[in-house]
Design a protein around this ligand. Structure first.
Ligand code: AMP
Ligand code: ZN
Length: 500
């Protein structure tokens, strides 16, 4: 069985089959840019970053769109408070968002459309919805008529009757049904406004995401994501508008929603005033600790956020880092004159690596169960630590290849999840771990031990300031597909394949 994921629409796990073989089209609701993002928002973007990375790891080409909502009441209010133009506020917090994402090592989207740059597409959609009788105009506002769309409520599992009964706020007399929502809002003086057939105005939030996702991905794209608070009304409304507009469905094949970050069992949110900013946390904790905290819980479950949880995540991260460091030091030990044969223990350990990788993949294939996948990673850490411990105690001549292979497997699994990954800017550059650890041999001196020998010669050359020789060895190795990095602790090499 391949990848299975929980679809909010059908409320069950389904086998994942993208519209187009080998390609995944994905849209995630981006931020409304009027403030720095908090850890709850951060979780949403981390979750979809991990999902995107895993899909890539499975061999899919992923096209990822994430918008900026840069026109909204909240932006206008903020601008008013600060005596600035709304556009200035929006651009400032858009930049801040990009910085936060980079600091969290979230890969940048392939396209980040802004709402204000997609107005013509929105107007076209709204015009069609009015023409088709799905929307009506009142005093320069345009509302979507939820009763005109048969499937309204299918994502959130609510019926229109329930919604009407549950409506507590004072009903706007101008609306035909209390759940009707604005596609277009007539502007008040001093607000950002665009010309439209209904007078000067600006779009409603929901139509923005429909227009931007349809523009870049078309009807029936694969994955639409966001936090669980967006299921209703935002995503319900996106479906209604898009399917009513196109006259066909479905708008989206798989709906994915992340659980909340809570503080003392309450959702972290600006309105409750219990937020912790991503940039504040990153002053005190490494980004990978925050990522690890997110990974240790299944993406649909809530996370209780607090200093203890973060401290624990930091310690867990250190366990992985320490293990990698110990493996590095072990591998960097001067090699034996002839590579020793692997012991039975080493043969078994090597074989078990495949099993770790398989279990990791099984966990991730099961609706991106990162909590279980992290469990596998920590078991591997434990196994590698005990191997290193035995080596320390018994001082047997060890094949550095086993430790080196273990190190590569551990790093590779972490990196699939974006942990200890090269920075987002350099993404795609480091493919080293994909191919490392191949071609292990155990009796004749192996190619690996010859590489080690060459590196010893290179180290000697460098000591004697014969840099030409050192560079020559490095560049010839690179031509053969072996990359050498000079680290503080010494040289590290990896088989990365020949350069194109
Ligand atoms: P917003 O800017 O409020 O639209 O939020 C941006 C993203 O963060 C959306 O996908 C929200 O669903 C998500 N989000 C907001 N608050 C939380 C929270 N406390 N926990 C998890 N996700 C959240
Ligand atoms: Zn959206």
């Amino acid at each position: 069985m391949g990848l299975v994921l929980y679809n909010t629409m059908t409320r069950r796990k389904e086998e994942f089959r993208p519209r187009e073989d080998g390609r995944v089209l994905m849209y995630v609701c981006g931020p409304t840019v009027y403030n720095y993002i908090h850890v709850g928002n951060g979780r949403a973007y981390l979750v979809f970053d991990v999902i995107r990375r895993y899909l890539r790891h499975k061999g899919y080409e992923v096209f990822y769109v994430q918008n900026f909502t840069d026109v909204d009441d909240k932006i206008i209010n903020r601008a008013r408070e600060e005596g600035k133009a709304p556009q200035e506020i929006a651009r400032f917090y858009e930049r801040a968002f990009r910085e936060d994402m980079q600091a969290l090592n979230v890969l940048p989207p392939d396209v980040s459309p802004r709402a204000t740059e997609t107005i013509p597409q929105m107007l076209e959609m709204i015009r069609t919805l009015v023409e088709k009788g799905h929307a009506y105009v009142v005093d320069g506002d345009v509302y979507f008529s939820v009763e005109s769309f048969e499937g309204y409520g299918k994502l959130s599992g609510r019926s229109l009757e329930e919604m009407r009964a549950g409506e507590r706020v004072e009903v706007d007399e101008r609306k035909r049904h209390p759940m009707d929502f604005a596609l277009w809002k007539a502007s008040k003086p001093g607000e950002p406004a665009w010309e439209s057939p209904w007078g000067m105005g600006r779009p409603g939030w929901h139509i923005e995401c429909s227009a931007m996702s349809l523009q870049h991905l078309g009807m029936g794209f694969d994955i639409h994501g966001g936090g669980q608070d967006l299921i209703f009304p935002h995503h319900e409304n996106e479906i209604a508008q898009s399917e009513a507009y196109s006259g066909a469905g479905p708008f989206v094949r798989y709906w994915l929603h992340n659980g909340f970050v809570n503080i003392r069992e309450e959702k972290m949110s600006k309105s409750l005033g219990n937020i912790v900013l991503v940039r504040e946390i990153l002053k005190h904790y490494p980004a990978d600790a925050v990522r690890l905290l997110a990974l240790q819980t299944h993406y649909r479950s809530p996370i209780d956020f607090g200093p203890e949880a973060l401290e624990e995540a930091k310690r867990a991260l250190e366990r992985i880092e320490n293990c990698l460091f110990a493996l590095d030091s072990f591998v960097a030990r001067p090699p034996a004159r002839v590579a020793p044969a692997r012991t039975q223990r080493e043969v078994e350990l090597s074989d078990s690596f495949f099993d770790f990788e398989r279990r990791f993949e099984e966990a991730m294939d099961d609706d991106f169960n990162t909590a279980r996948a992290m469990g596998v990673i920590f078991e591997l850490v434990k196994e590698l630590n005990s191997y290193l411990d035995e080596q320390q105690r018994f001082q047997t001549p060890a094949s550095p290849m086993v430790a080196s292979h273990g190190r590569d497997v551990l790093l590779r699994l972490c990196r699939v999840l974006g942990l200890l990954a090269p920075t987002a800017q350099g993404e795609g550059e480091d493919v080293a771990c994909e191919d490392a650890g191949k071609g292990e041999g155990d009796s004749l001196p192996t190619a690996e031990s010859l590489v080690e020998l060459l590196l010893e010669v290179r180290a000697m050359a460098r000591e004697r300031k014969q840099f030409e020789t050192a560079d020559f060895i490095r560049s010839r190795l690179r031509e053969m597909g072996i990359r050498v990095d000079d680290l503080r602790e010494g040289q590290r090499w990896k088989f990365v394949g020949k350069e194109e």
